[in-house]
Design a protein. Structure first.
Length: 43
């Protein structure tokens, strides 16, 4: 499963069926970004 971060308590959360933070009950979660940095050439 993908890693998410709770907007209220900033805990790392793994969700499966229930889209809710198990620590504080908040329902707004942010998907964590990958570690890679993309470099694009501007035209």
């Amino acid at each position: 499963m993908a890693g998410y971060k709770c907007a209220r308590c900033k805990q790392k959360v793994e969700i499966d069926l229930n889209v809710r933070c198990p620590y504080c009950g908040h329902r707004i979660l942010f998907k964590e970004r990958g570690a890679g940095i993309k470099h694009l050439k501007a035209r």
